[in-house]
Design a protein around this ligand. Structure first.
Ligand code: UD1
Ligand code: CA
Length: 468
């Protein structure tokens, strides 16, 4: 067994992704919340590499900008100016990797389902065989579009691309995953010797297998049992299929951990979402980004929760949207509530139908049960906000704060013109336009007093008809 030495990862990410028909670089499309490249970099991290080199070309700037802030890994970029093939792409890393010893793991930027276990097994096989190259392969009855593994007496001799294959070679079921381990020492010299005598006139990385075998260098293979694991994404259809597989796996993990999914097929939960046991999730629910849901919650159909933290025993009724906010234990939201960024709904608080919160803190047990807009507000515990209440937080130039104390009663259809403070225990008469601060325990009435005109209706009838 030849020791692996240090491990360096290269990710090929310069291709155009023509078949996606997208303005966005292919690897920035998302699968269950994570970009394809982010998934591949997470896989790369599992082998604890000394360096990760990403070969960029098409959409290089966009890709670099997206990758740089999302990870603390030792990532460097090299540019492949013209995309002359996968062999040419790897050759571009010569400037940063030549002269290093150890093992290079080559990942394809568009193969995001590989597991850490498989990558570990690739490295074990590679070390045990003392190989110059080790290829991950898989089998499909008809591996259309993939390079085929050609063997003689059981040993790999070369890889032939679909377009260059004879009919007999196309019938081979074993295909190249595009994931390899290479001994670094002989690599760059061999890459320099690749030619372009093929259907696409490109430098094919898989040709390295043939080159090494002619030089009588050992080449090994590691075959995965599930071909799904090495699925490449080249089209929107493949993106959707892989997304379905990823979601299904996440849903299975959650169910195994005690979460009820009424209909897993229509439950959309991103990779990093955490859900506590005995929570029930109804169909067509989206839990996205860094969302954490506590235990014994009920999330009803059509709700979407993004980058938010939800405590235990929270009930989210149908069609509620929560973004970048915190919901504490026992709270009730919706139906049709909109909790916008920077909000905090306290323990046992109620936010009812057609209530919108933005940068608003609702205290423990506070209620806004119907039709309200509460923006840039702090609302104390046990306060009741009546139907139709609006915080007028914006004067056309600046946003202003509304401070509402504890145990306040805000009558229906009140207009609270910020900046304004309603002190503890104050009462606001229904229909008030409140423009000045209300002291603790006071009643504020901010509306014209009602006047009743006796007999008015009868008088009007006489005028209209002329009857007495
Ligand atoms: C490649 C393999 C094929 C294998 C398949 C597995 C070659 C010639 N063929 O085919 O044997 O079965 O992957 O998925 O390698 N790239 C660059 N620069 C380039 C060309 C490609 O960075 O000049 C990148 C692409 O962005 C992509 C990866 O390399 O991430 C693979 O390229 P792609 O064109 O998708 O190769 P396939 O046709 O899928
Ligand atoms: Ca591909």
């Amino acid at each position: 067994m030849v020791p692996l030495g240090s491990v360096h990862v290269v990710v090929l990410a310069a291709g155009k992704g023509t078949r996606m028909k997208s303005r966005l670089p292919k690897l920035l499309h998302r699968i269950a919340g994570l970009t394809i490249i982010e998934r591949v970099l997470r896989i790369a991290a599992t082998v604890k590499p000394q360096t990760i080199t990403v070969v960029v070309g098409h959409g290089a700037d966009e890709l670099k900008a997206a990758v740089t802030p999302m990870t603390a890994l030792p990532i460097q970029f090299v540019l492949q100016d013209q995309q002359l093939g996968t062999g040419h792409a790897l050759l571009q890393t010569r400037s940063v990797l030549e002269g290093k010893s150890g093992t290079l793991v080559l990942l394809s930027g568009d193969v995001p389902l590989l597991t850490a276990g498989t990558l570990g097994a690739l490295l074990d096989t590679h070390a045990q065989a003392g190989a110059a190259a080790t290829v991950i392969t898989a089998n499909l009855p008809r591996p259309y579009g993939y390079g085929r593994i050609v063997r003689t007496n059981g040993r790999i001799t070369k890889i032939v691309e679909e377009r260059d294959a004879s009919d007999a070679q196309r019938a081979i079921t074993e295909f190249n995953s595009g994931i390899y381990a290479f001994a670094l020492e002989p690599l760059f010299k061999a890459l320099g010797s690749l030619g372009t005598a093929n259907n696409q006139g490109e430098y094919y990385l898989p040709d390295l297998v043939g080159v090494y075998r002619k030089q009588r260098k050992p080449v090994a293979t590691y075959t995965v049992s599930r071909a799904d694991e090495v699925r490449g994404i080249n089209s929107r259809t493949e993106l959707a299929e892989v997304s379905t597989m990823v979601r299904q796996q996440k849903n299975e993990e959650l169910m195994a951990a005690g979460v009820t999914l009424i209909d897993p097929a229509t439950t959309y939960i991103d990779a990093d979402v955490v859900v506590g046991p005995d929570t029930v999730i109804h169909p067509c629910v989206f839990l996205e980004g860094s969302t954490r849901i506590g235990s014994a919650c009920e999330i009803h159909a059509g709700s979407r929760i993004v980058n938010s933290s939800v405590g235990d025993r929270v009930c989210v009724r149908n069609h509620t949207v929560v973004t970048d906010s915190t919901i504490e234990a026992g709270a009730m939201l919706g139906p049709f509530a909109h909790i916008r960024p920077g909000s905090q709904v306290g323990e046992d608080a109620h936010i009812g139908n057609f209530v919108e919160l933005k940068k608003t803190v609702m205290g423990k047990g506070a209620k806004a049960n119907h039709l309200a807009y509460l923006g840039d507000a702090t609302i104390g515990s046990a306060t009741n906000v009546g139907a139709g209440t609006i915080t007028c937080n914006y004067d056309g130039e600046k946003k202003h704060q509304t401070i509402i104390g504890k145990g306040v009663f805000v009558g229906s259809n009140s207009t609270l013109v910020a900046p304004i403070t309603l002190a503890d225990g104050s009462y606001i008469a229904a229909g008030s336009a409140v423009t000045t601060d209300v002291p603790a325990g006071a009643l504020a009435i901010g509306r014209a007093r009602q006047e009743n005109k006796d007999g008015w209706v009868a008088k009007r009838t006489v005028k209209k008809t002329g009857n007495s």
